[in-house]
Design a protein around this ligand. Structure first.
Ligand SMILES: C[S@@+](CC[C@H](N)C(=O)[O-])C[C@H]1O[C@@H](n2cnc3c(N)ncnc32)[C@H](O)[C@@H]1O
Length: 201
């Protein structure tokens, strides 16, 4: 599911800075519903449309995916979702302590080679930031098709202060506080089981 590079994406993001946030604005945010690695934005926009009283923020480092998301936000006139085109490792330190309500990690890149494990969005450095930015009782919800990433991640969480709330290896999309992502849609068509875990701070 490689995303073909689109040369219009960067100029589009530059022209539509209203869908993003400045560093100063990021530092002031509160009660955020944060998706890291939001891809082409399907989940972000479905959730923002479903829960209009909540503020959704996507962080995505791929320029084409970010441009596609920005276009969807602009065209659907979604006013409770923003997108930051950047690597989460640069954005997370800007967020205030306790300013995030929920973190969604949807079908994060598996980085199968051991030397790349530290790039995983569930690796120790990221978990440390998640614990800092989440409010007390805030949740992290992680969905993936990749069992190796899932099982390794469960171990990473064991060495963190996160409390396990629920876990399944056969998630069927039954939670109302959820929406289907682009990847999930394809995995559902293939009949690939979805693993899902919820943690609380
Ligand atoms: C496998 S795709 C899944 C996209 C989407 N969440 C879905 O389920 O359809 C993972 C996405 O995470 C993004 N990503 C990976 N690491 C990231 C990071 N450190 N910061 C921001 N985005 C990241 C990638 O660019 C990619 O678009």
């Amino acid at each position: 599911m490689r995303t073909k590079y689109k040369s219009w994406a960067k100029p589009y993001l530059d022209e539509h800075q209203e869908i993003s946030l400045t560093e100063e604005e990021v530092k002031k945010l509160d009660n955020i519903y944060l998706e890291i690695g939001s891809g082409k934005g399907d989940f972000l926009i479905l959730m923002a449309n479903k829960f209009t009283d909540k503020f959704f923020l996507g962080i995505e480092k791929n320029v084409t995916c970010s441009g596609i998301t920005a276009k969807k936000i602009v065209e659907a006139k979604v006013n409770n979702a923003k997108l930051i085109y950047n690597d989460a490792i640069n954005v997370l330190p800007l967020l205030k302590e306790g300013s995030v309500n929920t973190i969604f990690l949807n079908f994060s890149d598996p980085w199968p080679k051991k030397r790349h494990h530290k790039r995983r969005l569930t690796s120790a450095n990221f978990l440390q930031q998640y614990i800092r930015v989440l409010k007390k009782g805030g949740r992290l919800i992680f969905k993936t098709d990749n069992l190796e990433l899932f099982n390794d991640s469960l171990e990473y969480f064991t060495s963190s202060p996160f409390k396990l709330i629920s876990i399944t290896n056969n998630y069927l999309g039954e939670d109302d506080f959820d929406a289907k992502t682009e990847y999930e849609h394809y995995f559902n068509l293939e009949g690939t089981p979805i693993n899902r875990v919820i943690y609380e701070k």
